[in-house]
Design a protein around this ligand. Structure first.
Ligand SMILES: Nc1ncnc2c1ncn2[C@@H]1O[C@H](COP(=O)(O)OP(=O)(O)O)[C@@H](O)[C@H]1O
Ligand SMILES: O=P(O)(O)OC[C@H]1O[C@](O)(COP(=O)(O)O)[C@@H](O)[C@@H]1O
Length: 304
């Protein structure tokens, strides 16, 4: 079974406005509410790709109930640990450009951390764990490292998609995949990339620390897939960008879909980018037919 862990889920409140002026009254043309947070998005996209997963992490309050109801509606299994405080609401403003305001979310205590580790402790190497997004506050700070360590000890493959030290502290435990976007990778190395070679050489430093595969997603410029001895680059297809929230999570889901079908690296990157772009071209996360429609439009090149 695939387990997606979202320590800090969110309701994504997407507000479409014709224009957005900071400091003035703005009115929406349309609003949408989605069950969000990185792991939850991975579970949702996997569901549309006909792959079952169980979503776990922490959830609380009326916002948490909305997310659980949505997951039930999508027929996604969940085993969240309940918190007293409300799950956060993240605001996404879509006008000529996209502005995101992500809230910080509730605190978790030691015993709630232990409950999550207990869930992982009974998994086997046939399972797959996806840990993604920001961490819960309080004791949640070191939880990523503990999850990664436990997965490594029990030989459970795991995927990591998080920022800075949340990700770096897991590298020695050999994640199957790390998926930063280009800005997260720049922030990790405190640099600005000037070429693909530059990105690849930094991704290799991560591979050297133990990560098996790095996919660097680059928004409209596609993505790079880097392993210890191969590099592939995919360009995005053309389409009208509607809402890129969840595009990176969809990329991760596309990678998992390819793994479930035992595709090679080239085909894996195609599915990862098709999934990401299909979501960017949708109001919500993409549907399976939208992903499959893009597959043949994606050009992947082997760089080394
Ligand atoms: N403007 C865009 N046009 C086409 N595809 C896009 C666009 N933005 C994102 N994508 C797709 O989604 C993937 C992930 O997007 P990115 O913005 O890099 O990740 P994140 O959502 O994690 O910040 C990209 O690799 C690409 O396939
Ligand atoms: O946990 P974080 O880093 O605040 O990110 C949470 C946000 O990221 C999302 O999972 C979307 O992520 P991506 O656009 O990177 O795929 C939203 O659903 C959510 O609001």
């Amino acid at each position: 079974m695939i387990y997606t862990i979202t320590l800090n889920p969110s309701i994504d409140y997407v507000m479409f406005t014709q224009q957005m002026t900071v400091g003035e009254l703005n009115r929406t043309t349309r609003t949408e509410k989605y069950a969000g947070g990185k792991g939850i998005n991975v579970s949702r996209l996997l569901k549309t790709l006909e792959i079952d997963s169980t979503a776990t992490g922490y959830i609380g309050g009326f916002t948490g109930r909305f997310i659980l109801d949505e997951l039930e509606k999508y027929d996604i299994k969940s085993q969240f640990i309940t918190l007293d405080r409300d799950t956060r609401i993240n605001v996404k403003i879509k006008s000529e450009n996209e502005t995101e305001i992500n809230a910080s979310g509730p605190i978790v205590n030691e015993s709630q951390c232990k409950q999550l580790l207990d869930q992982i402790n009974i998994l086997t190497p046939n399972d797959l764990v996806v840990v993604s997004g920001s961490s819960a506050k309080g004791h949640g700070k070191t939880l990523y490292k503990e999850i990664a360590k436990l997965c490594n000890e029990k030989q459970i493959p795991f995927i990591i998609d998080a920022e800075k030290e949340l990700a770096t502290q897991t590298f020695e435990y050999k994640p199957l995949l790390y998926k930063p976007n280009i800005h997260e990778l720049e922030a990790m190395f405190d640099t600005t990339f000037t070429s693909d070679e530059d990105i690849i050489s930094h991704a290799r430093k991560i591979i050297d620390q133990g990560v098996q595969t790095v996919i660097v997603s680059m928004g409209e410029d596609g993505a790079l897939l880097i392993t210890d001895n191969e590099v592939y680059k995919a360009l995005t297809p053309t389409g009208e960008v509607i809402n890129t929230v969840g595009a990176g999570d969809s990329t991760v889901a596309g990678f998992i879909y390819a793994r479930e079908h035992q595709y090679n690296h080239l085909k894996t990157l195609k599915y990862a980018v098709a999934s990401g772009s299909a979501t960017a071209f949708s109001s919500d996360l993409a549907q399976k037919d939208e992903v499959l429609k893009l597959i043949n439009e994606i050009k992947v090149q082997k760089l080394s």
